[in-house]
Design a protein around this ligand. Structure first.
Ligand code: HPA
Length: 273
């Protein structure tokens, strides 16, 4: 598939007919972090299924709609539901949402996800601001013919998690009941959780948290020079940290418990961006 500028413009052009403003900030909501969507004022919702050339969410906890509206006085476009390689999408396809948001005019992107804690100083319910990531699994989303309209073939990723936005997020944590850390996220393709040996390897390599999303969107944002902030909600300790099996239910329960304070934290961040 040749992902040309026209390909993404079809989706962006359709979306411009739905919302009567240019969004300033794009937000991607991770697993079970959907309740933040309730904080969006004057929402205009568009089903992914109606957007030309978009993808479809197949995970139950992901709503599958784009919501335009206002949060903390900022015009946002929010993806309630994201796409993962474990759903069967190719890494190359996973560039689509971020490029469409970029064409809509956003000037910053905020990614959120649920993640497993590798750093034994973390606890379920904590938040981690991504300082960097490790991705040794799977292809790059930028593999294939380069879309020159978005960025160069070879591009720097040493500052892809924008230092100013990381500082802003850490500053905004003062006054929040959440414990907020800064750390390194390691991507695993899933859908199985990791093995205890993989988690020991991740810790040895310098990872503080692991998850199955975010890095494809982050790399796409870096390619088109979009300022980026990414936040993990630590929903569980990763495999083998505690002597018990992991479950999707544990992930859902923690995400639900943290949803209120996390929404407040997100609002403080959006107000400050
Ligand atoms: N591993 C990978 N992805 C996750 C986890 C985990 O432990 N928790 C939430 N998403």
């Amino acid at each position: 598939m040749a992902y040309t500028l026209e390909y993404f413009q079809a989706a962006a052009g359709f979306l411009r007919t739905k919302a009567d403003f240019v969004p300033e900030i794009g937000v991607v909501l991770g697993s079970c972090l959907g309740p933040f969507a309730r904080a969006i004022e004057n929402p205009v919702e568009v089903d992914y299924a109606d957007i030309p050339h978009f993808l479809l969410s197949t995970v139950d906890s992901h709503a599958g709609k784009l919501i335009f509206g206002t949060v903390a006085g900022k015009r946002v476009v929010c993806m309630s539901g994201r796409f993962h390689s474990y759903e069967g999408y190719s890494f190359e396809e996973l560039v689509i949402p971020v490029r469409v948001l970029k064409l809509l005019g956003i000037r910053a992107l905020v990614l959120t996800n649920a993640a497993g804690g590798v750093n034994t100083g973390y606890r379920p319910g904590d938040v981690m601001v991504l300082r960097d990531h490790i991705k040794l699994n799977g292809d790059s989303p930028l593999r294939g013919p380069n879309a020159e309209d978005f960025g160069p073939r070879f591009f720097d990723v040493s500052r892809m998690y924008t230092p100013e936005l990381r500082k802003l997020a850490l500053d905004c944590a003062r006054g929040s009941p959440l414990r907020v850390h800064e750390g390194t996220y390691m991507f695993f393709p899933g859908p199985q959780f990791e093995t205890p040996a993989e988690i020991r390897a991740a810790r040895f390599l310098g990872a503080d948290a692991v998850g199955m999303s975010t890095v494809t969107e982050a790399l796409t944002a870096a390619h088109c020079q979009l300022p980026l902030l990414a936040l993990s909600v630590i929903t569980n300790m990763a495999a083998g940290v505690l002597d018990r099996p992991l479950s999707g239910q544990e992930v859902d329960e923690t995400a639900e418990r943290v949803a209120g304070p996390f929404s407040e934290y997100m609002k403080t961040i959006l107000a400050a961006i």
